[in-house]
Design a protein. Sequence first.
Lengths: 304, 453
Amino acid sequence: MTAATAPERVRIVEVAVSGSPRRGLLSRLVGRLGDGTVQVALAVVALFWLMPVFGLLVSSFRDETDNNAGGWWTVFTKPAQLTLENYEGLAANETVLRSFLNTVLITVPSTVLVVVISALAAYALSWIEFPGRGWVTTVVVGLLVMPVQVALIPVAKLFGALGLFGTITGVVLFHVAFGLPFAIFLLRNFFTGIPRDLVEAARMDGAREWLIFAKVVLPIGKPAIASLAIFEFLWVWNDLLVALVFADQDSAPITVVLRGQLRQFGTNIDLLSSGAFLSMVVPLGVFLAFQRYFVQGVLAGSTK
Amino acid sequence: MSVPDTDAAGAPGARGVGRRRGHQVVDDPSTGRSPRLAALFLLPAALVLTALVLYPLVYSVVRSFFDRSGDEFVGVGNYVDTFTDRRTLTAFKNNVIWVVVAPVAVTGLGLVLAVLTERIRWATAFRLVLFMPMAISLFASGIIFRLVYDEDPDQGVVNAAVVGVHDLFSPSSSYPGAHPRDGAPFTATPEGFASTGTFRTGSAVTVPLVGFAPAQVPANAAAATAPTAGSDELRGVVWLDVSAGGRPNQLDGAEKGLPRISVEAVRDGGVVGRTTSGDDGRFTFPGLPAGSYQLRLPADNFELPFRGLTWLGPSLITPVIISSWIWIMTGFAITFIAAGLSAIPRDALEAARVDGATEMQVFRRVTVPLLMPVLLVVFVTLVINVLKIFELVLVIPPGSSQEEANVVALQMWQVSFGTGGDQGVGSALAVLLFLLVAPAMIFNIRRFRRERS
């Protein structure tokens, strides 16, 4: 395809010399109209994307009776039905509050550990020469798409033997393990892009490797680390499967606790909608505050 | 990258000042050469990955050849079970549907929207809105869509819309659920309620209806009275036979006639006359040839209101879950493809336009071919994602359609940790899932190697 552009470039010149090809008034009109249509169509698409979340948000501010009596869209005609009742109920629900805390206690250490461990490994893979480096990197790339399912049964057994089953530590360790391949890959790609001169200059000044790592590579790698941290944070925060297997009642994060209420969806909509929103507030906040890093992180980590 | 490691192994002190050889040789990437140091940096990652990913992978493969208890070797028995179990087969079938439909849909939608967003000023805002679902947990998205597709049109917005549109084009009947009183000489037929006997011209027929709330009777309804018919006509009255104290099948003077009910006169199986009741419930077939006629109240008088589709029922559940996944992933596809679009040389597009190509031709002949590598990456990524689909299928279907919606990842979890409790079969499913993503693994490694060289 790139080959085809060369003759086309010649034609640009030809056209530039001979004047632009005729475009009728009608076609220009259609072109303008087309843009208007595109605007409207995309606006409709955007509305479609917002509506489901908006519906849940509104439902979370209506009490059970109102929710059962009619759809969330009735607030447009009867806004008086909006109430904080569900959230007050949530605030009084020990189990949900505890699970929210658990989510934080699982997510923060997982993110920190993944960032630290992967940064060390990525540094070795990009700036320390050792035999088999290419091979190790290939293994990391291969592990990128590894489904967690292959490890659920063996690790459950292993954690059982080590007394880690049902603990927050266990959940964190599993998240770290399956967060690492992508994290190493992302940081390695970024670190190898650091100008050689910078690292080399530090080496010439006699800096030790860990100093180069801490003082040269890490500061330059900040944007990548930020993307990684945000991605990892959201990944763990939003997890259900891992916690479903490895957490017990006391260590369950909010997704697992809410999932337990699903069976009676209709009668639990007050708890489910407000609880789901509680669990969504943090990721949405992170998303809106760090859009760029978030998008970069997701694009890079999409194969996970 | 392709530097020979000849002296690497024997260089324990090869760091710091002593490591200067690299920058003197132009080809050398001047990396610090120290296997021992590399090992230290890699150690934590290697420990965790070995213990919790690599060893479990091997363990799962071995475990998949042993029975439920893990003591007895059963060969490929678990795999045979897997391919003969009805639930698992449903899961495989659904995974195939997912892989065939979902990634193509999202890649296509993402491509079209990414190209279109280039023509609007608020492209960033648009992409932000469509990307937002990526920040929400799949679990929460599941709850969101469970509500969106709720069967009750007073709960689920989709059915509310469907019912609204339906009623716009075919208004619901005036008397849903109403029917002749038991004992009245009418029987239910597919066409409606037909009289059991026939009536001669000149007679007057009483049709008592029940099964309808008096409060719902139209305001213009008047009290029903018994009609008398002329010799060449057939008359009758339809009324709501429910007043307190009134006798069944008898007009008591206070009971309301039912307006606007259509009535048919039938002879020899064919409809020969059609009329509609008035405000007092009375109806007349004038000018009928003398003879006997059967009376029929067509079914559309009494149809129950349309309540939309059972989206979460067994037949529609997989398309419904796929639609929620499309909602989640399209933003990703758009953003990824938009990044690829911005890398396309503008002059290639301009050249085609200048040549007189329409926007559609530019899109098909220039944009799409140039974007192919990006589209392939997006597509592969989506396929991997789809193979692992779990939370949505766990959350969206109500219990009654869980089984129809099943997918491999969910089945693996249920078999291993749910009611099944068979970790032999569970391991076999995990290994199969691994084999399903293995091509993507190879794809990634190949791409990585190519980019490196």
